[in-house]
Design a protein around this ligand. Structure first.
Ligand code: F6P
Length: 372
């Protein structure tokens, strides 16, 4: 009897912990003896390319990878089976739906099931494939922590560790030079990384997309702080944050098949706004960027990723197609993909994390802070 085959794909932006999920799947599958695990290189592209790019994910190949950042089967956040980029007769890039092609290739290659590890975009693809009959299980990932169905996504706390370490470093140089330091962190439209890093690092100001900031309130808060002898200030700003009147700072990408806005520049924009509104202190901006996505996952993320990997394979055994694994403390559960992609998880202005930030006197850009 032939061994059953599960295909594993990693899609979207990479994230610390992806390799730990892959290893968890492989180790759990190995215990069943009649299963083999195949990886597709760069999400579903490995199946759709000719020749196909598939790898056997064996115990040997995946040994020790849980500590390694990135993904050994690589990833992409461009195109995908429903929007495969091709050139038309005039040489312009258009996208075509290759999902039928994908399903046929999976069948011809004796792929019995698929585990798709990815963020909201990838899980939308999983749901579409499920609706076309694909036996698929989702595993949520993103440093942004913006997926609704799960308490946390792996990668998030590693990114927070990196960002709060950056705040720690900026505090000492801010203090030495009487400067206001602005640190821009990732998170897309969610302020999770920013608010966690700001609280962990003890920043004085944190600006997140969910709470638009008033520039005059910020200027006055910083001015009064300096007047009271606290001659430095640390600001964490999420890349998606805006002022009450402004818009996000981003560039359109010219990369083929890349549909996301490239957020970035909120920190520089904020510095200019503060200057224009009369703040006369020395300021510097640091952009943490992709440093937040690289390197070894923290212990919590390795554990969560391993739990997700093991559970995902168990859902394959149970044939719970169209479900995604999720963390609902203290359990790892299965939720319907449809439910998981319905909405994104943003920081709620009336949540405890925001109350905590306000409780320690952090300015969130909407209210003047006059305690130092
Ligand atoms: O979604 C993860 C994330 O790192 C966001 O925080 C960020 O805006 C985006 O991806 C960056 O994407 P890319 O790697 O394509 O520049």
């Amino acid at each position: 009897m032939r061994k059953k085959r599960v295909l594993v794909v990693t899609g979207g932006g990479d994230c610390p912990g992806l390799n730990a999920v892959i290893r968890g799947i492989v180790k759990r599958a190995h215990r069943e003896r009649n299963w083999s695990v195949i990886g597709s290189i760069e999400a579903f592209d490995g199946v759709l390319r000719e020749p196909m790019e598939l790898v056997n994910l064996t115990l040997t190949r995946t040994a020790g990878i849980h500590v390694k950042g990135g993904t050994i089967i690589r990833t992409t956040n461009k195109g995908g089976p429903f929007k495969w980029p091709v050139k038309d007769k005039d040489g312009n890039w258009i996208s075509v739906d290759r999902s039928d092609d994908l399903l046929m290739k999976l069948q011809y290659n004796n792929i019995d099931s698929v585990i798709s590890i990815g963020g909201d975009g990838s899980q939308r693809i999983s749901q579409q494939l499920f609706e076309k009959g694909c036996p698929i299980i989702g595993v949520p990932k993103t440093i942004d922590n913006d997926l609704m169905a799960t308490d946390f996504t792996f990668g998030f706390l590693t990114a927070v560790d990196i960002a709060s370490d950056a705040v720690d470093k900026l505090v000492s140089t801010a203090e030495s030079h009487n400067r206001t330091m602005i640190l821009e962190v990732m998170g897309r439209d969610a302020g999770w990384i920013a608010i966690y890093a700001a609280i962990a690092g003890g920043a004085e100001i944190c600006l997140i997309p969910e709470i638009p900031y008033d520039i005059d309130i910020l200027v006055e808060t910083i001015r009064q702080r300096y007047q009271h002898g606290r001659t430095f200030c640390n600001i964490v700003i999420a890349e998606g944050a805006t002022s009450t009147e402004g818009e996000q700072t981003y560039t359109e990408s010219d990369e083929v098949g890349y549909e996301n806005k490239k957020l970035g520049g909120a920190g520089m924009r904020l510095m200019e706004e503060l200057k224009q509104h009369g703040l006369e202190v020395d300021m510097r901006v640091s952009i943490l960027g992709h440093l937040q996505r690289g390197g070894t996952p923290c212990a919590f993320d390795r554990v969560l990723a391993t739990q997700f990997g093991v559970k995902a394979f168990e859902l394959v055994l149970e044939e719970k197609w169209g479900h995604m694994v999720a963390y609902r403390h203290p359990d790892i559960v299965a939720v319907q993909l449809q439910e998981a992609i319905e909405a994104l998880n943003y920081v709620k202005p009336d949540s405890n994390i925001i109350a905590t930030a306000r409780g320690v006197g952090m300015c969130l850009g909407d209210k003047l802070i006059t305690t130092y």
